[in-house]
Design a protein around this ligand. Sequence first.
Ligand code: FES
Length: 351
Amino acid sequence: MAARARDVAHLLTTPLLPDDLLGTVNPVWSTTEPAGRVVARRPETADTTTLLLRTGPRRPRHRPGQYVGVGTRLDGVWHWRTYSVTSRPDDRLLAVTVTALPGGTVSGVLAHGTPVGTVLRLGPPAGEFVLPEPVSEKLLFVTAGSGVTPVMGMLRHLAATRPEVLAGAVAVHCDRTEADVVFAAELRALAAATGLRLVERHTARDGRITPDALADLVPDWAGRQAWACGPAGLLDDLADWWDRHGDRDALHVERFVAPVPTAAAGTGGRVRFTESRIEADAAPGEPLMRAGEAAGAILPNGCRMGICHTCVGRLRSGAVTNLHTGERHDTPGEPVRTCVSSAAGDVEIEL
Ligand code: FES
């Protein structure tokens, strides 16, 4: 349906961009501003809801464990947050699971105030907290609170594709009380159906889990590839334990914080936006977007933190530094997110 509509739109709108028109007809068909329509809501606990989204036909395939940027419009302004994808790559609907944070306006609206029919904007899947392909080793998952969400995506995928791997895996999950455990019934059913060893710990009664308690619970922990997601304190303790007693490369962690720009911020330089014909001097570490806006350019933008990819322009010449990773990019034609890239010398961006 969307493909045929795209063809018709192309005939009717050339030389206008058909994708722009399609996005006007139905926002979820847009490929310039990917979006999804909420078609169902699944309450998980008092503060956590799964939103099921119907997306456009060109939704990029995610890997289990990855997250997407989700944009919601509040009082006319788009706000962006990242959430783990909890559906499987082959599922028809995209599921994101949102926990309302205390005092979190955006997370509260997404979890409790986003009715069926709402259109949310979506960023591409991202994140390195993923299972290797193929999975061949013994696995251990350690999660706390909403840290279970990326792991749920992995467990569902394994249950459907590699149940024998799940049968030898261990999942240790902590939350304050039994009522707070997200996906509690499904986790238990998964364990019963596949042989996954599930250890539930309720911290209001049992206290926070420590690495040595984990080692007692899972004596063969050092022989497993481990994935951990939860509060920073827990992840720091686990990283320290794996450093001192195990193989740190066998522990994969996911932290729910925005990436911090690195010290390697580029040298700065003159940036030229070729479409808007605006030039600006960008200081070392200054995002190209900010430098361009200060010089009067009107540049596409959304989250302004590297999540939504709305601000991408192609690199025509020169080099940029990714402010999140410190990596230098200098291949002409490469897409550059101007909100999280700085100039590494003089640079031209096709925007
Ligand atoms: S990635 Fe969202 S504005 Fe740059």
